[in-house]
Design a protein around this ligand. Structure first.
Ligand code: GDP
Ligand code: IMO
Ligand code: MG
Length: 426
């Protein structure tokens, strides 16, 4: 059985949680490989409705090992809260494992995420303020503290002491904020360490073991390709790679082991936070989509910006991920629209251009639209592609053509079973 990476192919919130929950039923392992609790993955299945921020969406299956891998940054308080809340609702987390190489979000990361955003003023990125960016900054700066450090109290205290001395200088001298107490942070994180210790281990051996046994392994993406720090709308991006290449690095497996890269696309576009979005609809249609779909952030509750499907961005995303297939989610949201637009090109100063690297250029791009007929029919009960209204099939087929890879699945509702297979993934 293969390794499948489930990748956000737009600006996040495409429905990755739903897709992973669905595929996890056939899998033996699900690995979260990037981001932190800036992610919010909604899952609706026979156990109930859940919003997961760190725990892989395969957790509902007792026989599936769920790994929070080296590429994730972990806020231990959030993780413990998530474990407790799942346990209270009867979901076992004994099969949750945490890589000893995963970096931790520390109290100063949370403070700095807010202070840095305030300092940016009108140019704020619109981060989730979960401390994710500052934690990845420290990883690169070699100032990070990792999950494995919690297992060695003496070494942890020494390391924390050295890092906190430096962080307190930044907090007090740059931001005029109060310093943090070493004793308080140490004793709090020691408690987290005691609680999480049974889950922390070397995880690449587990992944390798699953591959050796030929088991299906799902790599669960967070965020989306257009938020990638290299290829997204920099600097309005996140801080770790949500791409298929990032999946290999963040899960600790070589690129030769990846069999499928499945891109998850919403049937339209959304974005939360700052940065350009060429097809954004600041009108009644955008408002209609937002309200009908409940497009409010799973993590922050912020209103998501809504717009037409952007096929220029979609094709770019497919290219940089090497997608082998796509999932189109939330088709049912469009059931009530009499006609739909799809952006098939960008024009900048009268010339056609591809997805540009510069946000000032992207902000000036004029979308070129193609108009397609709507279907004005409820699709939520459809489970066979050929039973979708002809206009809905036409819409999906056109997206497939424009994205440039086969559409494997089409989703028509938030529940696990609300899915139509168009082309088999395997
Ligand atoms: P993620 O971050 O990619 O996991 O996506 P989110 O969970 O943040 O946002 C996706 C939203 O769409 C959630 O509320 C899902 O329950 C919902 N959803 C996923 N697929 C469908 C679908 O096909 N139809 C509808 N109506 N909702 C869906
Ligand atoms: P999931 O996994 C949507 C966005 C933030 C902000 C930018 C940087 O649920 O799809 P950060 O806190 O990462 O420094 O914020 O990235 N962002 C997301 N948008 N879905 C997400 O995750 C996101 N994670 C971060 O809104 O614009
Ligand atoms: Mg989300």
């Amino acid at each position: 059985m293969p390794v499948v990476a489930v990748i956000g192919a737009q600006w996040g919130d495409e429905g990755k949680g739903k897709v992973v929950d669905m595929l996890a039923q056939q899998a033996r392992m699900v690995v979260r490989f990037s981001g932190g609790d800036n992610a919010g993955h909604s899952v609706v299945n026979p156990h109930g409705e859940f919003k997961l921020h760190l725990i892989p969406s395969g957790i509902f299956n007792a026989g599936v090992a769920c790994i929070i891998s080296n590429g994730v940054v972990i806020n231990p308080a959030v993780l413990i809260g998530e474990i407790d809340s799942l346990n209270e609702r009867g979901v076992d987390t004994g099969h949750l494992f945490i890589s000893d190489r995963a970096h931790l979000i520390m109290p100063y990361h949370l403070l700095l995420d807010g202070l840095e955003e305030e300092a940016r003023g009108g140019r704020a990125i619109g981060t989730t303020r979960k401390g994710v960016g500052p934690a990845f900054t420290d990883k690169t700066a070699r100032l990070g503290i990792r999950a494995g450090d919690l297992l060695d109290e003496k070494a942890f205290r020494e390391r924390l002491g050295a890092v906190l001395e430096y962080k307190n200088i930044i907090l007090t001298k740059v931001y005029n904020a109060k310093p943090l107490s070493l004793e308080e942070v140490f004793s709090q994180y020691r408690q987290y360490g005691e609680r999480l210790a049974p889950h922390i281990r070397e995880t690449t051996i587990m992944v390798d073991g699953a591959l050796g046994r030929g088991e299906l392994v799902i790599l669960e993406g967070a965020q989306g390709a257009l938020l990638d720090p290299d290829f997204g709308t920099y600097p309005y991006t996140t801080s770790s790679s949500p791409l298929a290449a990032g999946a290999c690095l963040g899960a600790g497996l070589g690129p030769t082991r990846l069999d499928r890269a499945l891109g998850v696309y919403k049937a339209y576009c959304t974005r939360v936070g700052g940065g350009p979005m060429p097809t954004e609809l600041n009108d009644a249609t955008g408002e209609l989509i937002r309200e009908r779909a409940g497009e409010y952030g799973t993590t922050t509750g912020r209103a998501r910006r809504c717009g037409w499907f952007d096929a220029v961005a979609a094709r770019f995303s497919s290219r940089i991920n090497g997608l082998t297939g796509a999932v189109v989610t939330r088709l049912d949201i469009l059931d009530i629209l009499p006609s739909l637009k799809v952006c098939v090109g960008y024009e900048l100063d009268g010339k056609a251009i591809d997805f540009p690297s510069s946000i000032t250029a992207l902000a000036r791009c004029k979308p070129v639209y193609e108009e397609l007929p709507g279907w004005l029919t409820d699709t939520t009960g459809v489970r066979d592609f050929n039973k979708l209204p002809a206009e809905a099939r036409g819409y999906v087929n056109r997206l497939e053509e424009l994205i440039g890879c086969p559409v494997n699945l089409v989703c028509v509702g938030p529940e696990r079973g609300a899915v139509i297979e168009k082309t088999p993934i395997f």
